[in-house]
Design a protein around this ligand. Structure first.
Ligand SMILES: [Zn+2]
Length: 218
């Protein structure tokens, strides 16, 4: 074999070794990254709870009939508790009114899990099912796909302060039940920028609501 051919083969082997070690490094780094990511990935609840009451507030279960477009039946994990206000100021717009609306209006695509007024909490959608309330469509781990939506009633003549307090108690129970920390408490605003909940979407007001929920989590 000529010296040139020997050199050529030597160079070729060197290049193959280089490519091989680069590939090996990529695989090792990739595996390491995968393991690290999975170590950080916590488990989230995938089964919802059923409540009869939260403190003294009764919880009524009135699920939207299966098969409706506002009850897509998509199962998911539970990462967020998402707070809303109905923005419906009509006198009659209490929790029962909203529950009846969700259950009977076949054309409505909106849905959420709980409606709260001054007297009662109505559970409209199992917590492990997707509802359309956060305005972020199918975003992975977003408000719709991983959030439990709670609507606070603002109907005229009702005791809104009591509604807020009832909602904070419910949110605390849910955060505890799904082993979520206070950072999992979100506004509709956090997912789509909508000014919802209207009384609490601003940072300063929101902090007060967060503190109230925290006080009930203990
Ligand atoms: Zn909202």
């Amino acid at each position: 074999m000529s010296i040139q051919r020997k050199r050529k083969r030597y160079r070729l082997r060197k290049q193959v070794r280089l490519v091989f070690s680069i590939l090996l490094s990529v695989v090792i780094i990739g595996c390491g990254w995968f393991v690290l990511m999975n170590l950080n990935e916590r488990e989230y609840a995938t089964v919802g709870i059923e409540l009869d009451a939260v403190d003294e507030i009764p919880v009524l279960t009135q699920y939207i009939p299966e098969g409706r477009q506002n009850r897509p039946g998509l199962k998911r994990d539970i990462r967020w508790i998402v707070i809303h206000e109905t923005d419906n100021f009509a006198k009659s717009a209490d929790a029962q009114h909203h529950s009846d609306y969700l259950a009977t209006n076949k054309d409505d695509v909106n849905s959420w899990h709980y409606t709260v007024d001054e007297d009662v909490i109505i559970h409209q959608l199992p917590d492990e099912e997707v509802g359309w309330h956060a305005g972020d469509q199918y975003t992975e781990h977003g408000g719709n796909m991983s959030g439990v939506g709670i609507e606070m009633c603002v109907n005229e003549g009702s005791d809104f302060e009591k509604t807020v307090d009832n909602t904070a108690r419910l949110a605390a129970v849910l955060l505890n039940a799904y082993e979520l920390d206070i950072d999992a408490l979100k506004r509709h605003h956090d997912f789509s920028g909508k000014n919802c909940p209207a009384h609490y979407y601003k940072e300063e007001d929101w902090r007060q609501f967060v503190e109230l929920v925290k006080s009930y989590m203990k």
